[in-house]
Ligand binder design. Structure first.
Ligand SMILES: Cc1ncc(COP(=O)(O)O)c(C=O)c1O
Length: 393
């Protein structure tokens, strides 16, 4: 008998990166050689000192449930880290550790947004935003990011989208998929707007340590009046090469943090105990800070190699992103639509990338490549893309 699924499942979306990764792995199992530029996961190993802290935690018995919001020392480590980086005083009771920062998004939507409330989010943007907004039956209100504005929001357009029904604004800087980074002026404007209209803001700043060429990340949390209305969404996955450890965190007003704990009790119970202990090492030790800086330097070199290489391919036009680890070239000049380009690059050239439309309708005419692979792989990908485009156009 076929299973009858709940109606809400008709409204949930997905993350294209996981689907393309599965297809690429299947091709590899058939003997094909694939360069993986589809998923936002650093190829680096987690720094040794962090791995050692986890091993030592396991050996000393961190194999049990922890409090739902996290081990107190780990919550304190996050509070201290946020204070050092952003200059914002954070109480450990305002921090909740979760198995992956996307839980912060889900929990905030579940705790604060009613069906029919409007939620503004970036398009193109991380696909889970639109997916979960639709899933909880809120009204998605996309704000378009354009290449000519370095993929930063048009602030007048943003202000015009706010209505009496707007409950939540999702801001992501540095941005996935475009690598765009908001300036200080952008962030100040958004903070004023949120204060003026009493909006809750999710500040997804998971790529905040991955900025290049002296660019300074500016956090929404640090702006006047924002501590009371901001949910900082961050985690260990990207900057510390810890995607598989599943550790994210939210920093939010205490009463919302308490609701997130309740949602943790009702879902995962807690993040893994030894992962939480490793997080303390990651956030507090100068050794991890040096490791992050070394990875950032490598990402910067990879960015330049990839962006320069893409700009040499006929029909490609690629802006140089200031943050994150994604290139988002416009490919309209090749005459191939983005979905066909992504499918055929995988099938015919052995390069896994994502169509821009996996991140929303405004990604039309673009593809996303993650420069999370080593330079020889990026060179191989560039050669293959160029050969394919020359043959196909
Ligand atoms: C913008 C953005 N936010 C959040 C996440 C989720 O990261 P995690 O759940 O591993 O913390 C990702 C992952 O790709 C992302 O790109």
């Amino acid at each position: 008998m076929p299973i009858k699924f709940a109606e809400r499942m008709d409204h949930i979306g997905t993350e294209g990166a996981f689907e393309v990764l599965a297809k690429a792995r299947q091709l590899e199992s058939q003997g094909r050689d694939i360069v993986h530029l589809e998923i936002g996961e650093p190829d680096f190993a987690t720094p040794d000192n962090i791995v050692e802290a986890a091993v030592s935690a396991l050996q000393s018995g961190y194999t049990h449930y922890t409090p739902a919001g996290g081990i107190m020392e780990a919550r304190q480590a996050v509070a201290g880290f946020v204070h050092r980086r952003l200059g914002v005083e954070v109480d450990p009771a305002e921090v909740v550790l979760v198995p992956g920062s996307k839980n912060v998004l889900l929990f905030t939507l579940l705790a604060c947004v009613e069906p029919g409330d409007e939620v503004i989010y970036p398009d193109p943007g991380y696909p889970v935003y639109a997916s979960l907004i639709n899933f909880i039956r809120a009204t998605p209100v996309p704000i378009r990011l354009r290449e000519e504005r370095q993929f930063r929001m048009d602030l007048d357009e943003l202000a015009a989208l706010v209505t009496r029904r707007t409950r939540l604004l999702i801001v992501n800087t540095p941005q996935n998929p475009t690598g765009g980074v908001l300036t200080k002026e952008d962030v100040e404007f958004i903070a004023r707007l949120a204060n003026q209209h009493d909006l809750l803001v999710i500040a997804d700043e998971i790529y905040s340590q991955l900025v290049y060429d002296g660019f300074q990340h500016v956090s929404l949390l640090g702006q006047p009046g924002m501590k009371e209305r901001t949910v900082l969404m961050d985690g260990m996955s990207k900057a510390y090469a810890m995607c598989g450890w599943r550790l994210g965190y939210g920093v939010s007003p205490r009463e919302l943090a308490a609701r997130m704990e309740t949602l943790m009790i009702n879902s995962s119970s807690c993040a893994a105990a030894f992962t939480q202990m490793a997080t303390i090492e990651a956030l507090e030790s100068p050794e991890s800070e040096r490791a992050v800086q070394a990875m950032v330097e490598k990402f910067r070199a990879r960015r330049d190699l990839l962006v320069d290489g893409l700009n040499r391919i006929p029909g490609f036009r690629c802006a140089r992103p200031d943050g994150a680890f994604y290139a988002f070239p416009n490919i309209e000049g090749t005459g191939l639509p983005e979905k066909e380009m992504a499918d055929r690059l995988l099938d015919e050239a052995g390069v896994a990338v994502l169509p821009g439309t996996a991140f929303g309708p405004a990604g039309k005419g673009y593809i996303r490549l993650a420069y999370t692979q080593a330079e020889p792989d990026l060179n191989r990908a560039l050669e293959r893309i160029e050969d394919f485009v020359k043959k196909a156009s």
